[in-house]
Write a protein of this length. Sequence first.
Length: 406
Amino acid sequence: MATAMAAKSAPDHIFEWEGKDRTGKLVRGELRAGGEAAVSASMRRQGIMVTKVRKRRVSGGSSIKQKDIAVFTRQLSTMMKAGVPLLQAFDIVGRGSTNPRMTRLLNEIRGDVETGTSLSSAFRKHPQYFDALYCNLVEAGEAGGILEELLARLALYQEKTIAIKQKVKSALIYPTAVIVVAFAVLSVIMIFVIPSFKEVFTSFGAELPAPTLFVMAMSDGFIHYWWLIFGTLFLGGYVFIQSWKRSEKVQFFMDRLLLRMPIFGDLVLKSVVARWTRTLSTMFAAGVPLVEALDSVGGTAGNLVFTHATQQIQRDVAAGSALTTSMTSANVFPTMVLQMSAIGEESGALDDMLARAAEFYEDEVDEMVKGLSTLMEPIIIVVLGTLIGGIVVSMYLPIFKIGQVV
């Protein structure tokens, strides 16, 4: 009863109204209320006869990101542990959000829960924000009466997953940005700088060195076919990215290639293994049956090679095979994960051992990112120095022969 009263006292939307006061003067304004009837009743108590009420559309706001969902989950878990009723907790979180889209999403979910829908069912209406793993854990928490505990586990899982993704991205962003800047600088040199040298060298009337001729030929190619070069790069990049997103074969090929790349492949593998073990540990600790848990784990791995491997593991486990045996047959997991999984199965503490494996590989990713940042700097400096330095030397070689020409 107290929960329902709290929900009713918490306004949902902002309404714009028009009406007439006691003197017949036209008045208008805005009011935050739970519905149009509440607006009319409130204005009537103030002696205003409302003639028009409409809900104000709240536009703008950034898109809802995974980090927003993680923050919401942590806040909801904290308030429920503090004894705040569920609907009131939704209202508090919604009011505190700085993203209008997030506020609207929470209001919709709270409205569904207020009408009798279970929390997990309300979440399932928004699969773009709450995946199967999220909804399954919430459902398990509702059934077992430990919703706040599982929400805390969910929040921890999401925070760890986001941290892993950010670390991997930070390791890839630096070299990518340097390559893009280097290509831009190279293009400027080829299109604007080299032609100036070419005019000077043409007046020499002497035979130019082979490196200089090669650089000048490249410059001519950039000047005459710059539209083709840039068009091919942008169009090729767009087609490649779209194919990667939409074609399962291309995605599988690229995911497998990423795992086999030198230096970065090990980083990608450890980040995927960390997410995989963290997800399975969270699901299994929540009491979700292993076969059911594996169904959610495959989609959250972030790598199609591991997704296919997880599907095969799920079929083997459903047929009666041990988890460690099935994981070994998949031939994608490091030896340490297999050993910890075997110990967990034997000791009956599979969720704890998988959580330990996840923590280990999360720390490994952190250390690798720091090491890669240190390693990539000298490599990039050497490559760029060789490229730009080669061009500069090639263009200055003829100048060394000026004395001979004169």
